[in-house]
Design a protein around this ligand. Sequence first.
Ligand SMILES: Nc1ncnc2c1ncn2[C@@H]1O[C@H](COP(=O)(O)OP(=O)(O)OP(=O)(O)O)[C@@H](O)[C@H]1O
Ligand SMILES: [Mg+2]
Length: 399
Amino acid sequence: MRWAADVAPMAVLLLDDAGGLHYANASARRLAARLDESLDEREGLHALLALANDTDWELACAQGHSRRDIDVRPGFTLAVEPFCGMGDNAGLRFLALTDISLRSARERELQQRHDELERAYRSLAGAQEQLLQSEKMASIGQLAAGVAHEINNPIGYVHSNIGTLREYMGALFGMLETYSSALAAPDPLIYRNDVRAQREKLDIDFILGDLPQLLDESREGIERVTRIVQDLKEFSHVGRNETMRPADLLKGLESTLNIVWNDLKYKVKLEKIYGDMPPVECLPSEINQVFMNLLINAGQAIAERGTITLACGTENGEAWVSVADTGCGIPEDALGRIFDPFFTTKPIGRGTGLGLAICYRIVEKHHGHIEVQSTVGQGTTFRVVLPVTQPADARVAAV
Ligand SMILES: Nc1ncnc2c1ncn2[C@@H]1O[C@H](COP(=O)(O)OP(=O)(O)OP(=O)(O)O)[C@@H](O)[C@H]1O
Ligand SMILES: [Mg+2]
């Protein structure tokens, strides 16, 4: 029995009834020497015994065994395990000590690797977020030219209307002048024909008819610019600190449509089949980005003339929005890859292949999914399906 204890790799210290040291195996004696070289063997063994404190023994007596890892000094870690006999063995106690320095060094190394991986993962996630943001900025840049044109047009005619209004004002002031000098004469009626002639010369009747129209047109132009600016603002609302909130998806779809409309209007007929739509809990600026990417793709799929059909509705407690086009369609072998980052069939400079990858990521983050149906030569339908309310933990994660 003693032989078995002496060849065992772990240190074993047997206690007597009073809690004193009754027996120590060979491993315990070697470990005592390593613990503190300045102590003699007896003192060293007692120092080993003292590593287990009262709590360790209380736990061991309650459960039969307890364990605590102690960093004795850097690079030297011991697993300290008191055992208390139970049943027939009640009253017997021993302490086992195992050198786990190597194991804990490995654990530390693993922990370090884990921390490094976690840091790398975080920075990747950050990079992905940046990519998303820069794709959004790039698409806004791409649209800016179109939007500038859209704004330029009304501004152009409001400007020209102001020029005309100025001319009209000159004529009206001239007419007023004629009236007041006639009125200042002792017998104004003498000037009746002059006034009439002047009124004809200055085209006052035409001016009076044209004025309200000019003003209406100018107001409309300015309202259009205001709307475009508002849509742009809503669309580009930076969503970094945005939290998930119930939002009107159709409003987002319409604003986004207004922004991309300039690129589509010459070749696309638009149809809308809108069903009931409850507010959907989401990050509105990100969902707008999804709509924009789908709308741009649909427009690009139509070579000359075609129809884009926007539809929405609810099904099984989920909300869906679809963008369907009568464009070129997607071949079977490409269908499985369209959501891959950088998969594009468009010429260099036209597409980076990120649009759908970003849509996928955003929709996944919203616990939804995207469905696609396509027939080459007939067209493609993308359907975005989102839960109306997000799971509770998602709200926190989205902050
Ligand atoms: N509505 C669609 N009709 C036909 N093909 C489509 C449609 N939408 C996407 N695709 C195909 O999927 C590919 C990937 O689309 P995605 O939006 O990810 O990238 P992209 O449009 O090529 O480039 P980016 O969106 O970055 O400008 C497209 O190149 C195209 O081949
Ligand atoms: Mg695209």
